[in-house]
Design a protein around this ligand. Structure first.
Ligand code: ATP
Ligand code: MG
Length: 566
């Protein structure tokens, strides 16, 4: 589906905007605002990334600034062009427009190398040969200051020589690293001579085999931001403690542009996981059918499931931007999805759990075309004709042999409205040998055509139906939460989070649909009245041949009431 819903995300006022407004008032950065979204192409983007995209892009637009999309591809072993392509597609689909500001961090490798050489020349970096265990041991911990590496006082010449030879491929992986020379006793562990370059003899998706040394995140990221002229480098709270290091590199190297790092709370959602490592594991282990399995929290999965980009943008606006980590109820996202689909989705009748209904006094071969409203929220969507005949299907749940008190649907002796058609009164039902109800019999009132009685009598229930002769069969995929546990971060360390996967997260059922729906293009969204919002699957739905519908979201909405109150 090549849907481009290019509306700009709205960002609710937040503390980052206050910072920017103050900066602009002071004439900082020459009045420019440049933000970026810097994904590492080591997996598909998820709904948490959507928050960052909407924030960074929406902020740039709000202040008439520039938005860069940068592949933060400094680790060759995990990155792939498949991920790059998916990121481009997802960011575009969300509506964020990077214009011609698309960059690869790996295209700065020469500049980053030169910056590292400069650090060495200043006596602010050295080649260290401690093993990984020794490195950790020398670093100390929060309560114990680190101790200097025995390689810390190498001469500039020796360091320059060794670093060049690292670059030239003379040493095996892991045998040496380049470290910044800062302070082994700094209370902030990140300042204790962090590694800034390591040896990795690996092919890189963009630079091929040109490099066998790669810069590490803390060193590379601030310089990438600076090279691109980023003014406000927005990242998640975990990086707050890295900020002194971010600033240290910029100050020591005296870069012409000194971006300001600002941290915000990442999005965490109930009943799912958001770490790319875990998502990759679910894909690789076939716990799901792929990155775009509609149960995944990835953007491509939401798209496949039928979630409009607009709903994701609305959600990101509603959750806002703060400095406090929290867990957002996935029901809030579902509320935004319903809210959006309610305005746009064409209504149709589909029967998920069919029970035969025979209208005994309806002529055997008569077929009438009933006029149905396509979308009560949007009169421009018009009406359609739905064929009606003697034998219909209704939902099993719409009939009760022994109706409970508040049951206003079908039961013997009760009258209901068949949506857009007639009033019918139930006269009897048929059971099979197993005691299951297989057929319901009714009579209809010909005077109630269209669903209203001329004598003004009312019925309490309206149910949907399909004609046995004209309905088509389709596959419906009903999705539920991916995990059984609300807060997956509460799963104890050492316990396998996969133990909490919901075994009932996917149910595949046969249902009946209005015939024209079988021909719908992949990625078409509908409301199945009283049943939920559905979308034809972008991969498995073959128009006219094999109709497959994903349930995007059920109709029940616990948030709607809460949002109204607020
Ligand atoms: P990992 O899952 O390995 O921690 P990551 O989420 O950090 O990966 P990146 O590709 O580095 O993945 O993220 C790109 C950007 O998206 C970063 O700026 C990061 O701060 C932001 N981001 C990632 N996850 C979230 C989240 N849950 N909420 C908001 N922003 C996020
Ligand atoms: Mg990251």
């Amino acid at each position: 589906m090549s849907e481009s819903e290019s509306e700009v995300p709205k960002v609710a006022p937040n503390f980052i905007h206050e910072i920017i407004i103050a900066d602009l008032a002071q004439g900082k950065n020459g009045g420019r605002v440049v933000t970026r979204f810097p994904p590492e192409p080591n997996g598909y983007l998820h709904i948490g990334h959507a928050k960052s995209i909407c924030l960074n892009y929406g902020t740039a637009v709000k202040f008439g600034g520039q938005f860069n999309l940068r592949m933060d591809d400094t680790n060759p072993t995990k990155e792939d062009t498949e991920y790059v392509d998916s990121i481009l597609e997802d960011v575009r689909w969300l509506g964020a427009d990077w214009k011609d500001h698309f960059y690869y961090a790996s295209n700065y490798f020469d500049q980053l190398y030169n910056y590292a050489v400069q650090l060495i020349q200043m006596g602010k970096a050295y080649v260290c040969e401690l093993s990984e265990e020794e490195f950790k041991e020398y670093r100390g911990d929060i309560n114990t200051p680190g101790k200097p590496s025995p390689y810390r006082d190498r001469s500039v010449e020796e360091n320059l020589d060794l670093f060049e030879r690292m670059k030239n491929g003379e040493f095996p992986d892991g045998s040496k690293v380049l470290r910044a020379k800062i302070d082994m006793a700094d209370p902030n562990m990140h300042m204790r001579d962090p590694a800034i370059y390591r040896i990795r003899h690996s092919h890189h998706h963009n630079t091929g085999d040109k490099w066998c040394i790669y810069p590490l995140y803390d060193f590379a990221h601030c310089l990438e931001d600076s090279i691109e002229g980023i003014t406000h480098s927005i990242c998640t709270l975990e990086f707050e403690i890295h900020r002194p290091l971010y600033d240290w590199f910029l100050n020591v190297l005296d870069t012409p542009v000194k971006p300001q790092q600002i941290e915000f709370a990442r999005l965490n959602l109930t009943y799912t996981v958001m770490s790319k490592r875990k998502l990759l594991e679910l894909v690789k282990g076939n716990y799901v059918s792929g990155w775009d399995d509609p149960r995944m929290p990835t953007i491509c999965a939401f798209r496949r499931r039928g979630v409009p980009a607009e709903a994701i943008r609305d959600f990101c606006e509603v959750i806002g931007v703060t400095k406090f980590n929290s867990l957002t109820d996935i029901a809030l996202l579902e509320h935004c999805v319903r809210d959006c689909l309610n305005k746009t989705a064409i209504r149709t009748m589909a029967v998920m759990n069919p029970l035969k209904l025979v209208i005994d006094n309806y002529p055997e071969d008569l077929v009438e075309e009933m006029e149905a409203v396509n979308n009560p929220e949007n009169p421009e969507d018009g009406t359609r004709k739905v064929p009606f005949s003697k034998v219909l299907y209704i939902e099993k749940e719409d009939f009760m042999e022994n109706p409970v008190k508040q049951f206003h649907r079908l039961a013997v002796g009760k009258e209901v409205r068949l949506r857009y058609a007639y009033f019918v009164t139930c006269t009897s039902f048929v059971k099979n040998e197993a005691g299951e109800i297989t057929e319901v019999h009714c009579t209809y009132d010909p005077a109630t055509k269209g669903g209203n009685a001329p004598d003004g009598r009312k019925v309490k229930g309206t149910i949907h139906w399909l004609s046995e002769k004209f309905a088509k069969e389709a596959e419906a995929r009903l999705y539920d939460r991916l995990f059984t546990i609300e807060d997956t971060s509460a799963i104890p360390e050492g316990e396998d989070y996969k133990n909490y996967l919901n075994p009932d997260s996917l149910k595949v059922v046969k249902c009946l649909i209005e015939a024209p729906l079988a021909d719908a293009a992949p990625g078409s969204r509908f409301q199945f009245e009283r049943n939920g919002y559905f979308c034809t699957d972008s991969k498995d739905h073959i128009p006219g041949v094999k109709p497959v519908f994903n349930r995007t979201v059920a109709l029940k909405d616990s948030w709607a009431k809460l949002m109204k109150k607020a």
